[in-house]
Design a protein around this ligand. Structure first.
Ligand SMILES: Nc1ncnc2c1ncn2[C@@H]1O[C@H](COP(=O)(O)OP(=O)(O)OP(=O)(O)O)[C@@H](O)[C@H]1O
Ligand SMILES: [Mg+2]
Length: 242
């Protein structure tokens, strides 16, 4: 369970986050949406323990978060792959520092590459991969460590519409196979409604609205009118002044 209490981040000239209160139950998903500069990445960095709050606190399973946490996985906007390492080497990197048994490392890397549908690119370098393949590699590198909290910052925003939906399908499938606490930041209303069990609308350093999404988990939701109704609701919250 993630509990954010009266959280504030002051970068000196202005508050990047102010009075943030948010509960994310374990093994549920939460999509954070809001305009550029409203504080989404900053909030994710606080949840990851990379930024210390100026005010308030974050509790994880009842314990105050102090610094980075081994079982939290974070994938930032620029995916952070090492250009001089192949897909396989990028994915095994973190695991090798934690798992001395080479055989277990190989099995886990093999299995996650397969799950993320990037096995065939295992010997390629990031520069030889498409945007979608790079994102899947970055997600594989984090998932192979089996985090209990996964934080995703705009995993699909640089992708074309079809590749983006494929990645969203894959993320939903992985979540359904093995639920973790998934917090994802997105600019896309459709993505927030497809992947967010809870949808948090932010505006200028604050949470403007929190809604629960009754249709979460339905992989075919995009073809149903209900989906568009929830999208419309999010759009109203995002664009309206109320
Ligand atoms: N290290 C920093 N020092 C000073 N100000 C910062 C720092 N990081 C972010 N900010 C400011 O904090 C605010 C929130 O930034 P943040 O990156 O969280 O926005 P965002 O919602 O993720 O935007 P985007 O959708 O464009 O990624 C912005 O006004 C930004 O300029
Ligand atoms: Mg951001």
């Amino acid at each position: 369970m993630i509990q954010v209490r009266n959280l504030g981040i002051d970068f000196g000239s202005e508050w990047a986050l102010k009075n943030i209160d948010l509960d994310i139950p374990s093994n549920t998903t939460c999509a954070i949406i809001g305009p550029s500069g409203c504080g989404k990445t900053t909030l994710l960095c606080v949840l990851a323990g990379l930024l210390v709050p100026t005010a308030g606190q974050v509790l994880i399973d009842g314990q105050q978060l102090r610094g980075i946490r081994k079982n939290t996985g974070l994938i930032l906007q620029n995916n952070g792959l090492l250009p001089w390492k192949t897909t396989w080497k990028n994915v095994e990197l973190g695991l090798r520092t934690r798992q001395p048994d080479r055989k277990i490392v190989n099995e886990k890397v093999y299995s996650i590459l397969k799950q993320m549908e990037i096995s065939e690119f295992r010997n390629k370098y990031p520069a030889q991969l498409s945007g979608g393949q790079k994102q899947r590699t970055a997600i594989a590198r984090t998932l192979v460590l089996e985090p209990d909290i996964l934080l995703l910052d705009e995993a699909s925003s640089a992708l074309d519409a079809i590749t983006r939906e494929q990645l969203q399908n894959l993320i939903l499938e992985i979540y359904k196979n093995k639920p973790t606490t998934l917090v994802l930041v997105t600019h896309s209303i459709e993505e927030a409604v497809f992947l967010g069990q809870k949808i948090v609308v932010m505006k200028k350093a604050q949470i403007k609205h929190i809604m629960s999404n009754p249709f979460f988990g339905d992989a075919d939701i995009r073809t149903k009118p209900d989906y568009y109704n929830v999208c419309m609701e999010v759009r109203k919250r995002l664009c309206g002044d109320a």
